[in-house]
Each structure stands twice: as C-alpha cells, then as structure tokens.
Design a protein around this ligand. Structure first.
Ligand SMILES: [Zn+2]
Length: 284
C-alpha cells in the first residue's frame, strides 16, 4: 500500500511556527516515502472558521514550500477536502454508531456539565460523569441535532498504540478520558468523529500531528474499532514552546508565519528554526 499522509489546518486563526513545524514534518515524511500528501481544510466549526484565515493558511503553507497533490484547491479522488462540505460522510458514521449502540444522547446542560466535570487539564475534553449513560433511547433519533451525542467507553479498558515518534502509548478509558463527544447539540460533528471519518475515507496511512493529540488518538482508536475500520499509523510531533516554556497557541501572533514573513523571514530561515533533530531521520 502506498503512503498517504495529510496536513489538516483549521482556519480559526493564523498558523504559527508550531503548526508549520508539524506540517513540514508531515510533508517531509510523505516525500521520504514517495507518497501522497493530502490537504484537508478542517473548517468544521462555522462559528470560528473565517475566510481570511482560510486564505492565509493556503498562502502561508505554499510560501513555506509545502506541496500537496490532493486538496480543496486542486481536487482529487476523495473529495470533499473541506470538512464543511463533508457532512453526509459524518452523518453516515453517526447512524452506524447509533445502530451499533456505541453512542448515546446526552441531555445535560452546559451548566450541569461544568458543575459535574473534573477540572479539565489543558484544553482537553473533561471526563463526563456518565449521567445520561443508559437513559435515552438512541434508536428513536433519526437525526443527531438537538442533543449532545457521546461515545460510550468501557471503564478500565486500556488503549495502547505504538507511535512512530513518541513510542509506546497507553491510556485507560474512564480514567484518562471519558465518554467523549461525537456530535454537538448545535448539530456540528465533534472533532474526534470528523477526523476519523475523513482519515478513513481519504485512505490515510499515517497521521502526522502534534503531541497534544496523543490522548485523542486513544479515543479515535475506539471509534475506528466501533465502526469496523482499520486505523492508520500515528506519528506525533514534539510541540513548539515559547521562551517561557508555554506551548504555542494562536495568541502567539508574533510567531505566526504571517508575522515572520512580514518581518523579512525566508522559508529557509523559518525551517531552520524548527530544530528537527531526530524527527526527520530517514524512515527505516
Ligand atoms: Zn448527559
């Protein structure tokens, strides 16, 4: 099977040095394997996605020298390459999970969730205390809209995988993460479901992304299994931190590709700042 990688930026802000480093590694791994790189626009959230950020992400990644052969701008055999245009695929997966009894409707209000949740670490999804487990009748729903939908994990089940960069990873369902969202009450599919559906239907063989998503990978492996799909390989890159050790976020405007460019940086000088070290060793 030939290598298929992907870069999947969200148009919710300007891309910064951390995103650029991860996407550069994804590009280089596709090149090293003589494979295909797919560009996927993760514009799932209609409230936060902006056309100006969408334009900027295409321009900035092209400026950096990243080249893709499938994407929203160039087409390809697995369209759509924009999440906002892929709803039918997500809905089909939602129906499948509903029919298999893997998900349930959650009617907890935002306030109830905030009160019951254990404190979230970083921006990770807090562990759901399970109030709606076994309550609603999923089969009575023809469409997901109006309530939150959660994937029911098996408490205490270990989920392990061998990451291409970070090595052996192990998480425990019900302890490291709980019943996670697959569809939001405002009728937007949740990140975990959309990413699994897209990576599967685009035949991605290796997912390269930031190490902040290691735990999400454990959730996603449960979705692959529940849907009866085989999972890709995973390669999680080190996160870029600022001078004070904070993970780069969209608030670090000075380290956006746009700002670096406007201040005279060249693509070579930006790539030189990535400190790629052993992350770009030749694949064995
Ligand atoms: Zn609930």
């Amino acid at each position: 099977m030939s290598y298929r990688g992907r870069i999947a930026p969200s148009p919710t802000g300007l891309l910064h040095l951390g995103h650029a480093r991860t996407f550069w590694i994804a590009y280089q791994r596709a090149v090293q394997h003589g494979g295909t790189l797919v560009f996927r626009n993760e514009d799932l959230d209609p409230q936060r996605s902006r056309p100006e950020f969408e334009r900027a992400m295409f321009e900035d990644l092209q400026w950096l020298g990243i080249r893709w052969t499938e994407g929203p701008d160039v087409g390809g055999p697995y369209a759509s390459y924009a999440q906002s245009q892929s709803r039918s695929f997500y809905l089909a997966a939602w129906r499948e999970l509903r029919d298999r009894g893997s998900i349930y409707p959650c009617t907890c209000s935002r306030k109830e969730l905030a009160q019951a949740a254990s404190a979230p670490n970083d921006d990770d999804e807090p562990i759901y205390p399970g109030h709606c487990r076994g309550r609603g009748d999923a089969s009575s729903f023809d469409s997901p809209a109006g309530v939150n939908w959660r994937f029911r994990v098996t408490d205490g089940e270990p989920v392990s995988f061998d990451d291409g960069h970070c090595g052996q990873q192990s998480f425990v369902a019900g302890k490291d993460f709980g019943d996670f969202l697959v569809w939001r009450r405002d009728d937007v599919p949740a990140y975990q479901l959309a990413v699994v559906v897209d990576d599967a239907r685009m035949k991605i063989t290796e997912v390269v992304r930031g190490a902040d998503l290691l735990k999400s990978t454990a959730r996603q492996l449960l979705l692959y299994r529940a849907l009866g799909w085989s999972a890709p390989a995973f390669y999680h890159c080190d996160l870029v931190r600022d001078a004070s050790g904070q993970r780069l976020a969209k608030r670090h405007d000075a380290l956006s590709l746009r700002a670096l460019r406007e201040n005279g940086a060249t693509p070579e000088s930006v790539i030189g700042r990535f400190e790629l070290g052993n992350e770009l060793r030749k694949p064995g």
